[in-house]
Design a protein around this ligand. Structure first.
Ligand SMILES: NC(=O)c1ccc[n+]([C@@H]2O[C@H](COP(=O)([O-])OP(=O)(O)OC[C@H]3O[C@@H](n4cnc5c(N)ncnc54)[C@H](OP(=O)(O)O)[C@@H]3O)[C@@H](O)[C@H]2O)c1
Length: 344
């Protein structure tokens, strides 16, 4: 029914996350993309920016104008870099538009932590207070009632979903968590930079931002909140990201010491029980691979016990479950649609 369809805008139309949003929204029965904004002047149709969308979405891009967006859309998905969202979010919210922000600008609850890690003061404390962290597997109820969603980072979704059942059950020593994570090159976005040139990353494998990657405080913040009912001690992870020579996907191998003896089956049962109402979490018996979840909204996870330590192996597609897919999952909850609409 036409009155069930919600008009939405995509801001930052030329980016990778935006491309995935268009791809998913084109088959969504409750959403219609009515506005696409972009700074690109010379290629001003969505299918010119993303030729893979030819025949699937017919829409001209336009420069960002908050009034124009508010006139023609009830929701806006922002596929902008951090700090750019800080300008756009308040302008849209003042005009009554609900926002799902894919950047990091509203994820860290303490503005000082944001300033420390992003090197920029937070200029929208009011928005920050109201933002809900958009990880439906943990915050389904809050997401449904939110007007501003801070969509999680891709490494963070992988790490948090892989650790939340263990932290919630108070099963692991909180200062023993080591996250060794690898990302495909699309995780760095479409805006070119030297490290993502073909000749730099093809047939190459490298670590980067060791000890200072910006997803670290986000992982700590959410996992500490998840475990707060059992133990006030903060979760402080050692997180090391790597760039893998593949287009897409995140693979995380995570190590932690259990607080007491536990069996492998017990851990897998704990995961299955924790995620029993989460349609996009697959707790697998075998070892997941990035190709198994590529182009899907699934998060695949398993666990092993090795020399008394818990080893979690987890995968997702950074552009889908790690960005646009979870954004649409959040949107579905906000409009009261089936959580999986458009995502299978
Ligand atoms: N890539 C991932 O796997 C992933 C996963 C999770 C979260 N995210 C987050 O999602 C956001 C978008 O990521 P992405 O990978 O799509 O990035 P991207 O491919 O680099 O696209 C970002 C888009 O934002 C617009 N833009 C760039 N600089 C801008 C500025 N200074 N002011 C206003 N607009 C600007 C551009 O679109 P126009 O030129 O069309 O305006 C650009 O194409 C980022 O905050 C990123 O951290 C990305």
């Amino acid at each position: 029914m036409a009155d069930n369809v919600v008009d939405v805008a995509v801001v930052g139309a030329s980016g990778y996350a935006a491309r995935e949003l268009f791809r998913i929204l084109a088959r969504h029965r409750r959403a219609r993309v009515t506005v696409a904004t972009s700074r690109q002047g010379d290629a001003n149709r969505v299918e010119d920016l993303h030729p893979s969308l030819r025949g699937r979405i017919a829409l001209a891009c336009e420069p960002f104008d908050a009034d124009a967006v508010a006139r023609r859309a009830a929701f806006a998905f922002l596929g902008l870099p951090h700090t750019a969202s800080l300008e756009v979010v308040p302008a849209l919210r003042r005009r009554g538009v609900k926002v799902i922000d894919l950047s990091a600008d509203y994820r860290l609850k303490d503005p000082q932590v944001y300033a420390d890690w992003y090197g920029h003061p937070h200029t929208d404390p009011e928005g920050l207070l109201e933002a809900v962290y958009g990880l439906p597997e943990l915050y389904r109820g809050e997401v449904a009632g939110a007007s501003l969603i801070a969509n999680p980072g891709c490494y963070t979704s992988t790490s948090i979903l892989a650790l939340a059942p263990l932290v919630a059950a108070d099963l692991i020593e909180r200062d023993t968590v080591v996250i060794d994570a690898k990302s495909g090159v699309s995780g760095a976005g479409r805006v070119p930079k030297p490290s993502t040139l073909y000749s730099e990353c093809n047939e190459n494998f490298s670590a980067y931002s060791v000890g200072r990657h910006r997803h670290t405080p986000e992982i700590d913040q959410v996992l500490t909140a998840v475990g707060r009912n059992r133990d006030a001690a903060p979760v402080e992870v050692v997180f090391t990201p790597h760039l893998a020579p593949m287009d897409r996907g995140i693979f995380a191998t995570i190590y932690a010491r259990p607080k007491h003896a536990v069996g492998e089956h017990e851990i897998l049962d704990l995961f299955r029980s924790f995620y029993r109402e989460s349609p996009f979490v697959r707790v697998v018996d075998g070892l997941p691979t990035t190709k198994d979840s590529a182009f899907t909204n699934f998060f695949d996870v398993t666990a092993r016990l090795v020399r008394g330590r818990i080893v979690i192996l987890a995968c997702l597609d950074n552009l889908v479950k790690g960005a646009a897919g979870v954004a649409v999952q959040n949107f579905n909850l906000m409009i009261g649609a089936d959580e999986a609409e458009g995502l299978h």
